[in-house]
Design a protein around this ligand. Structure first.
Ligand SMILES: Cc1ncc(COP(=O)(O)O)c(C=O)c1O
Length: 383
């Protein structure tokens, strides 16, 4: 059994998540999406071995890397991928922004569903494309796509690309087959490209299954760029590595060509070594991690039940999206930072309209989750 209860020391000056905040010496950081768990021992050993060789020249992914990546896709999601269709990049957001630049033109419309991980919308706006937002709809506590709004906006704005996120950060949805087919049909009918950010694909809880949208049909495979990475799954985001799957030859060549003009392409040696080790040896670690996170999520749901903090359904990711609107606060994340010394992500990072939401990262030892809940439950304002 992996000991996810272990409190690891992240107290270094380089650590963003645990960065000090003036006047607070008992901060609980539950914001940025990385985990307070050690990576699998096989990943640590592979990196250590590479470091001890003392050789850090330019790397190239070989057959063992390809086998590890495509083997993971096959075992975990039942997805067959030809290794020749995988571009390597230093990050998923880069894969998204290079796809925008290579596969659309200035002034083209690109649609996203909000709330959504903020840098995606920023990548669209920064590229001189026209950002179109279709808001997800909160039905009871479950987010859904408003297909009518989606399709209308696609038609009205002649949308060329959908940037989709599955599992969705921060809405916590693992889109099911029916929803994916509907999304896919609208994109096919309107000759759109789909860029699907599947960085959270490994964080899927009981009763749900991650389905890569590109795996649904030959037609969808041809119009999809799938952005994947081992970095969230194995807590190696600081070494920056991503695999971008593009089956269509001309689309892949276009993205590859564009990425060569930026200088930001390929993998760094540590990213390559860590990804290969993670995808080769990480199954058991991942399975145990998912059960542990499930326990943390249940704990938060149970202990916050009946309070003014409404937890939305979470089928995937370790990021809980919480509606604090019943508290009537001006700035919920600032309130919890000031009153409980807990740092959450601000809702407005994901949508301007989400100023009453906070996002809680529960990928930390259970004792930390409990301590955070103790502090929250002591606040009279939440009852
Ligand atoms: C949905 C989503 N996409 C992309 C990223 C960042 O990926 P990368 O660091 O590989 O650019 C994150 C990080 O939190 C994320 O949640």
């Amino acid at each position: 059994m992996i000991n996810f209860d272990e409190l690891i020391d992240r107290n270094t000056p380089e650590d963003i998540k645990h960065a000090k905040i003036d006047g607070i010496n008992d901060l609980i950081p539950m914001w940025v999406a990385d985990m307070d768990f050690k990576s699998p021992v096989e990943v640590i050993e592979a990196l250590t071995e590479q470091a001890q060789r003392g050789v850090f020249g330019y790397p190239e992914a070989d057959e063992s890397y390809d086998k590890a990546v495509t083997g993971w896709y096959k075992r975990r999601y039942g997805w067959d991928v030809d290794p020749k269709t995988v571009l390597k990049m230093p990050g998923v957001v880069l894969g998204i922004s290079d796809s925008i630049m290579a596969l659309t033109k200035e002034g083209d419309s690109i649609l996203i569903f909000e709330p959504l991980y903020g840098p995606i919308g920023r990548a669209v706006k920064g590229s001189g494309r026209n950002l179109i937002v279709s808001d997800l709809v909160l039905n009871d506590s479950r987010y859904e796509i408003d297909f009518e709004d989606f399709e209308n906006k696609v038609r009205e704005n002649d949308v060329k690309m959908l940037i989709f996120c599955n599992p969705h950060n921060p809405a916590g949805r693992v889109w099911n087959r029916e929803e994916l087919m509907k999304v896919g049909d609208i994109c096919l009918k309107n000759h759109m490209v789909i860029v699907c950010d599947e960085i959270h694909a490994d964080f899927v809880y009981r009763g749900h299954k991650h389905i890569p949208i590109a795996s649904l049909s030959e037609e969808l495979k041809k119009i999809t760029v799938t952005c994947t990475s081992a970095t969230k799954s194995f807590n190696i985001a600081g070494i920056q590595a991503a695999n971008i799957v593009i089956a269509d030859d001309s689309m892949r060549r276009a993205v590859d060509r564009y990425s060569l003009t930026t200088g930001a392409y390929g993998l760094n040696i540590m990213g390559l070594v860590a990804t290969r080790a993670a995808y080769t040896y990480g199954d058991k670690w991942m399975d145990e991690l998912i059960s542990y996170l499930e326990g943390n999520i249940e704990l938060v749901k149970n202990r916050l039940a009946g309070t003014k903090l409404k937890v939305t359904d979470i089928e995937g990711t370790y990021l809980m999206w919480i509606d604090a609107s019943s508290m009537g606060l001006e700035d919920p994340s600032k309130f919890f930072l000031d009153k409980a010394h807990i740092r959450f992500s601000e809702g407005t990072f994901f949508s301007k309209k989400a100023d009453q939401f906070i996002r809680m990262n529960v990928a930390c030892p259970r004792s930390v989750v409990n301590e955070a809940l103790d502090r929250i439950l002591k606040l009279p304002e939440i009852h």
